[in-house]
Ligand binder design. Structure first.
Ligand code: RTP
Ligand code: MG
Length: 140
């Protein structure tokens, strides 16, 4: 498979606990290259737009509040089969169901405060990358 790109967020529960470096080490150990990265504090409007697909879900308001509760690190990861590979490295949404050695098993606090986001398909990856990064910021 050709090189693929995915979008990642290190969420507020992880930045608060100073886990950015440990999470980046797991990403790099999996063979994914961090080709763009910046620390931002999302606005409510940005978080609502980013999670717009979940607008009707019961956890939407809590999720938005959580995502703006502190800084996040947004990233673009590149590698073979990057979208599926990163979701494997992340582990299941609910850390109780996550495999040993995954980011969420190691670090997540709950189904909501689950330390990382990763795109779920090529179309969403492209949209999410374009929402947070200009093309010139991606250095492969
Ligand atoms: P993500 O989008 O963050 O990579 O996570 P995901 O695909 O594994 O999970 P998704 O179903 O897309 O849900 C997005 C985020 O919403 C929060 N969530 N809370 N309280 C709940 O039942 C609940 N369910 C999901 C999590 O932060 C999840 O990552
Ligand atoms: Mg998702």
């Amino acid at each position: 498979m050709a090189l693929q790109r995915t979008f990642s967020i290190i969420k507020p529960d992880a930045t608060k606990r100073n886990l950015t470096g440990k999470i980046n080490a797991l990403i790099e150990d999996a063979g994914l290259r961090i080709i763009a990265q910046k620390r931002i504090h999302m606005t409510k409007a940005q978080a609502e737009t980013f999670y717009g697909v979940h607008r009707e879900r019961p956890f939407f308001n809590d999720l938005v509040s959580f995502m703006i509760s502190g800084p996040v690190v947004v990233q673009v990861l590149e590698g073979e089969d990057a979208i599926a590979k990163y979701r494997t490295v992340m582990g299941a949404t609910n850390p109780a169901n996550a495999d040993e050695g995954t980011i969420r098993k190691l670090f997540a606090e709950s189904i909501e405060a689950n330390s990382v986001h990763g795109s779920d398909a090529p179309e969403t990856a492209a949209e999410e990358i374009a929402y947070f990064f200009a093309g010139l910021e991606l250095v492969g």
